[in-house]
Write a protein that binds this ligand. Structure first.
Ligand SMILES: Cc1cc2nc3c(=O)[nH]c(=O)nc-3n(C[C@H](O)[C@H](O)[C@H](O)COP(=O)(O)O)c2cc1C
Length: 231
């Protein structure tokens, strides 16, 4: 399995430990990117991606290796420590660059072949909201299945994690790895993205065409019988 991990921090702490433990248990070819080390640009709000295409983003040269690796992967892991109840600024800045991949704009059919996991660790609170920050993008990209893995580690670094919590990390990652292996190679779309796809398709039929989204859907055959998860 081709696995891509996007780390929302540049250090190898508790979150990195949890994400790597999962990836190794799933097994396969693992590629890792660390933010902001491997991509450090905040979205400029220029709308080049929405008005033309993502490759016109002023940051595309730096973004392309990460975007291409994600498109080729079978399993995406987005991992972030909880910073003030949310994913890190570096992770959110990275995700801001993929607004056009949302199902309401120009979704990538490749997403229907993927599974994804959001991983978050916190000293205690904010895990749910942090996982949601990352899961929102993965779901709206149309990733077939998105799993959530959060740990309250009661620690600021891996060496401080209590033994019982270390065991829970191993146990829960092993269980999820088995589910991921079992579901490998399937196609589909999560319910939320499918709902938004249906609504947008209707909007395309009722309202004046909004380009370049309308033309993209037309070329993909989605105004007819084609669907991103069937291509
Ligand atoms: C700037 C900052 C903000 C944080 N905010 C929270 C928080 O809101 N809730 C919490 O429980 N822990 C918070 N923490 C603690 C980390 O989330 C926690 O130690 C996490 O496991 C660190 O992961 P890492 O080792 O991968 O960096 C914060 C840490 C930092 C540096």
């Amino acid at each position: 399995m081709r696995i891509v991990i996007i780390h929302g921090q540049s250090h190898e702490g508790s979150t990195c430990l949890a994400a790597r433990t999962l990836a190794r248990q799933v097994g396969g070819e693992i590629r890792e990117f660390f933010l902001p080390r491997d991509f450090d640009k905040p979205c400029q709000g220029c709308y080049a991606c929405f008005k033309t295409e993502l490759s016109r983003c002023p940051h595309y040269d730096a973004l392309a290796p990460l975007a291409e690796a994600m498109l080729k992967a079978d399993l995406l892991i987005l991992a972030s420590p909880v910073y003030v109840y949310h994913a890190t600024g570096a992770m959110m800045s990275f995700l801001d660059h993929f607004g056009t991949w949302w199902v309401i704009h120009r979704p990538m059919p490749e997403m229907s072949r993927k599974q994804a996991v959001v991983v978050a660790t916190a000293a205690g609170g904010g895990i749910k909201s942090t996982m949601k920050d990352m899961a929102d993008s993965l779901k709206m990209w149309g990733v077939r299945r998105v799993y959530r893995l959060g740990f309250g580690v009661q620690a600021t670094k891996p060496e401080e994690i209590p033994a019982g919590i270390r065991r829970a990390i191993d146990r829960k990652t092993a269980g999820l790895a088995r589910r991921i292996q079992k579901n490998a190679g399937k196609r589909g779309c999560n319910v939320r993205a499918k709902g938004w796809f249906t609504l947008m398709r209707l909007a395309h039929k009722l309202a004046a065409p909004m380009e370049p989204d309308y033309g993209y859907w037309e070329r993909q055959g989605w105004h007819g019988k084609g669907r991103p998860w069937r291509a």
